[in-house]
Design a protein around this ligand. Structure first.
Ligand code: DHB
Ligand code: FE
Length: 282
């Protein structure tokens, strides 16, 4: 890591992810019945108790876990930790009754209110934005095959070094984020640069856990998208790159075979990939 390229510090990304989560003002699970709270929480605790017994957990290990949990909160890393290790299972449950393009986890780095862009657009980027230029084009249709006019593609991704704007102090606000509005036939063509794989910040409690367990901290390179249109269920998803590192061992377990792009190099040297989205009417 060179001195001009700051590391993705926990302070710079984990804590900001907590602020971003709070700002999205969650309604909470207010209507959850007492019975359901008791059932689900008991199942979680049963799992913890079973692990303690099965693996003969000691008081020293219990204390270390307590300290680590305190650190996760103080470091603002709850969104980071939960989105890496838990969200994929919640998404799988939600997906059981969904049609259309496969979804996957939102992750901690979505920021609402990105710049709105026309159907043929270049994402906001630095004049000297490093990375291989990538053209990403396609069409949004519904489950009957009809084009969805003016569908929105809310797109955000890491830069060439794996950093997200809004969560890494050296990346300008709004970089590589935009809401692209598709044309009358749901078509879009977005110019950007290919993102790099993403590494969980190694200096915070989540990174310390990954290191202590001997796991790796990587997610494969990915584009994040929320595709939405009035009268349709919004799809939160990610697109990955065929042959990319960590595709088969994503620390967040959020890859799906249907979500892998295979970009081709164009004559002008840019990569190009096509992907069509299918939205489910509601
Ligand atoms: C995390 C980061 C991501 O970019 C992502 O897509 C999912 C999870 C994380 O650090 O928690
Ligand atoms: Fe991500």
């Amino acid at each position: 890591m060179s001195t001009t390229q700051p590391s993705p510090t926990a302070a710079g990304s984990g804590a900001s992810a907590t602020e971003a989560f709070r700002a999205r003002s969650h309604a909470g699970a207010g209507g959850t019945s007492q019975e359901r709270v008791a059932t689900v929480v008991k199942a979680v605790l049963d799992g913890v108790h079973a692990a303690i017994t099965a693996h003969q957990v000691t008081y020293a290990e219990f204390s270390a876990a307590k300290q680590w949990l305190i650190d996760v909160g103080e470091g603002g890393e709850w969104p980071l930790l939960l989105d890496v290790f838990v969200e994929h299972e919640v998404e799988e449950v939600a997906a059981q009754h969904q049609q259309g393009t496969k979804g996957t986890i939102l992750g901690p780095y979505y920021l609402p209110g990105a710049t709105r862009l026309p159907s043929v657009a270049t994402l906001p980027m630095r004049d000297d934005e490093p990375g291989t230029p990538l053209v990403f084009a396609g069409q949004v249709r519904d489950t009957t095959g009809e084009p969805v006019p003016a569908a929105e593609l809310d797109l955000w991704h890491a830069d060439h070094a794996g950093y997200y704007s809004g969560f890494a102090p050296h990346v300008p606000a709004g970089n590589l984020r935009g809401v692209v509005v598709a044309d009358d036939e749901g078509r879009f063509e977005i110019s950007t640069v290919q993102p790099a794989p993403y590494q969980i910040p190694t200096d915070g409690p989540t990174g310390r856990l990954v290191e202590a367990a001997g796991w790796h901290p990587w997610r494969p390179a990915h584009l994040h998208l929320i595709v939405r249109a009035p009268g349709h269920r919004p799809i939160t998803t990610q697109l990955y790159f065929a042959g990319g590192d960590w595709l088969d061992s994503d620390v967040a377990q959020a890859t799906k075979p249907e979500l892998v792009l295979a970009p081709q190099r164009q004559e002008d040297g840019r990569l190009r990939s096509e992907y069509d989205f299918v939205l489910e009417p509601v």
